[in-house]
Design a protein around this ligand. Structure first.
Ligand code: PMP
Length: 399
């Protein structure tokens, strides 16, 4: 018997992530992978985590560490995050913060919170694949948000019959997949657009702490706060994550928003998983408190050298007609191939002939365009490997 007829309509839009499928193939020896946007495990503060878990399991705190806890999250971690957010310009208190199981869970909850079937979500073309996957389950339509239009103004392409635009989603710093950053003017004009449309803004700050050069630009939520005076008047919802800075495996992320939004998300958390793992939140709090400020510069230093190696190698080895972004942070370089080349064909050829992997860009476009783009991640290879991988890629492209 086929169970498919029993599945809800929302499942028809859920597909296996190309990236996850691809990662399964990368165990073969000798592959140079620019595919997964994953942190280098050598940069995890493993010693600090080991001590933090031991402390959490010590006689004074083991009962708490192994017990159920509140859905909002571990109070000292929410306090630490409120302080952290204030440092990056977002005046808030711990009641404005919900701890989630990674920021991916926040994206799912926000889709659930805002989207009824047929509602519109504005997203970049391309945008983070995991956000598309999370929102897709709630059966929205996607319209194209453009922040690089003429004069840097925020624009969106409305389709016929567009009524309820519920939110605009973007990761304004060193985005996944392009590595690009939205400048101050783009952020301000997005706030104007959201006011005009009366929609929310979902600001994905997953890579916010990973700036290697250039001046920091305030989060969109900080800019809105400066306009409106209080977070309670803001329509921007900020999603943060410890995945790219401390550890993705512990699944600790957070949401910052006006209290009524947090209350609604808390109800979702209660219905979905009650709370994020207590001991993980305690360990992350301990490690963040002990070494966030000293650890982050080490991560930035390592990734910035890798970014430089990749950009230099691209300059040396890419044939004419290939273009790429020059990210100021994050983990990704986005490459645009000549129109007649497809990223998926190039991947097949590169894997077969020179054992180099990356992600074809098409999956990041809600409308399936972008066939001539690819995403390269520089975070998980050393400089020599990056140089060799890009040299090989150049060889395939020339062939
Ligand atoms: N947002 C963006 C832009 C990402 O790249 C990722 C991870 N790839 C996430 C959110 C989710 O990260 P996590 O759930 O580990 O916090």
């Amino acid at each position: 018997m086929s169970m498919h007829p029993l599945f809800a309509t929302r499942t028809s839009r859920m597909k296996a992530s190309e990236i996850r499928e691809l990662l399964k193939l990368l165990d073969q020896p000798g592959i140079i992978s620019f595919a997964g946007g994953i942190p280098d495990p050598a940069l995890f503060p493993a010693q600090a985590f080991s001590q933090a878990f031991q402390a959490a399991l010590g006689p004074d705190s083991q009962a708490q560490a192994l017990q159920y806890s509140v859905s909002e999250g571990y109070a000292p971690l929410r306090e630490w995050l409120a302080q952290h957010m204030r440092q990056i310009g977002v005046g808030c208190d711990s009641d404005n913060i919900l701890i989630t199981s990674g920021s991916q869970q926040a994206l799912d909850y926000l889709g659930k919170l805002f989207l009824s079937p047929g509602d519109t979500a504005l997203v970049g073309w391309p945008t983070y694949l995991g956000a598309l996957a999370a929102f897709n389950a709630y059966e929205p339509r996607f319209d194209r948000l453009s922040l690089n239009g003429n004069r840097g103004a925020a624009e969106y392409e409305a389709a016929a019959g567009d009524e309820a635009v519920k939110f605009a989603y973007l990761s304004p710093d060193f985005s996944n997949p392009t590595g690009e950053t939205v400048d101050l003017r783009g952020r301000e004009s997005l706030l104007d657009l959201a006011d005009d449309l009366n929609c929310a803004i979902i600001e994905d700050g997953a890579y916010q702490a990973l700036r290697y050069d250039g001046d920091a630009i305030p989060p969109i939520l900080a800019l809105e706060l400066a306009r409106k005076g209080s977070i309670e008047a803001c329509r921007t919802i900020y999603c943060g994550s410890f995945s790219k800075t401390l550890s993705p495996g512990l699944r600790v992320g957070w949401v910052v928003a006006a209290k009524p939004v947090i209350s609604q998300l808390v109800l979702m958390k209660q219905a979905a998983d009650l709370h994020s793992a207590t001991i993980n939140q305690m360990a992350v709090h301990q490690v963040a408190q002990a070494c966030f400020d000293t650890h982050i510069p080490k991560v930035r230093h390592a990734y910035s050298a890798r970014r430089d190696a990749m950009l230099t190698a691209l300059d040396q080895h890419m044939p004419d007609g290939v273009e790429w972004t020059k990210p100021e942070g994050g983990m990704f370089v986005w490459v645009t191939l000549p129109n007649d080349l497809e990223g998926s064909d190039l991947l097949a050829r590169a894997l077969e002939t020179v054992k180099v992997a990356f992600v074809p860009g098409q999956a990041f476009f809600p409308d399936g365009s972008g066939a001539n783009t690819i995403r390269l991640s520089f975070s998980n290879s050393d400089e020599a490997t990056i140089r060799e991988g890009i040299r090989r890629l150049g060889e395939v492209l020339r062939a």
